[in-house]
Design a protein around this ligand. Sequence first.
Ligand code: KG4
Ligand code: ZN
Length: 330
Amino acid sequence: MPIILGLESSCDETAAALVTSDRVVLAHRLAGQEAAHRPYGGVVPEIAARAHVEALIPLVEAALDDAGMTLAQVDAIAATAGPGLIGGVMVGLVTGKALAHAAGKPLIAVNHLEGHALSPRLADMTLDFPYLLLLVSGGHCQLLEVRGVGDYRRLATTIDDAAGEAFDKTAKLLGLGIPGGPKVEALAREGDPRAVPLPRPLAGTAEPHFSFAGLKSAVMRAVESGRWSHADIAASFQQAVVDCLVDRTARALDVADRPTALVVAGGVAANGAVRGALQALASAHDLPFVAPPLWLCTDNAAMIGWAGAERFAAGLIDDLAFPARPRWPL
Ligand code: KG4
Ligand code: ZN
């Protein structure tokens, strides 16, 4: 059974994992960089890239140790080649190339979005193509028809911010710091989701696109007005995001080509309110709902190793000259 080493370094998580083609995660190691970025209130690309350089090889060694393996026993090396912060992407991709070259193993250059898109299949062996995927992370908010490995049709994207970005900006406005999403979710539990009137941008429109910039501005005005508690603002903001995601996903279900399941992936899929609302939407459409476990929703290397395993099985390997891509639509 092929064993793939996965590497991830496209944002602020450095990670290495060993995954088999039959869905066994032999090891997964991850190092966050929150402390390094906290003084700046967000991810600083230059600091992220330097932290990846320091962390990645020790994480690879630790993952191999955890699995009781050597690099010689790995069948292929999968590294994120984009999209993301280019300095970090280059660290992971070049590390993957060096390891592949030194150990004489094939390189698989993985699109980070494909990592998120296929991660639900690592967690759920019954999930078959095609499925409708809501991919919601800090950098992306898209509805995709996942028709096969390397075969994606994008039905919708955001015309401004991503949903995770809206969570992060709201966290900043509420003085919660980073990581924004989980902190807003925790505060929202103490507030009333109907307290603050906030917009649902693009809700009801025919094309299933997203927009969150107007919501962020409305949150800013609500904070400045001093009329509501921060908990009520957090809860109302989260409800507005949930309503937008559900409205847009429902629209996509109308136009998608007979999906076998509704699937959510990406960091925002870790949000309990988002998961609950999508689960209800799937039930209303008589579709199974699949969401990866929380650790597999946010950035990690197991999803890159798994995308590598799926590509490897399909005979898709890459040249050592494969470029690092800051932008790379699926
Ligand atoms: O997929 P991910 O780890 O990195 C990207 O590829 O962007 O997603 C990170 C995003 C951040 O914006 C973070 O605030 C958001 O996912 N996020 C959440 C939650 N956990 C992470 N948003 C809402 N609720 C959460 N529990
Ligand atoms: Zn991601």
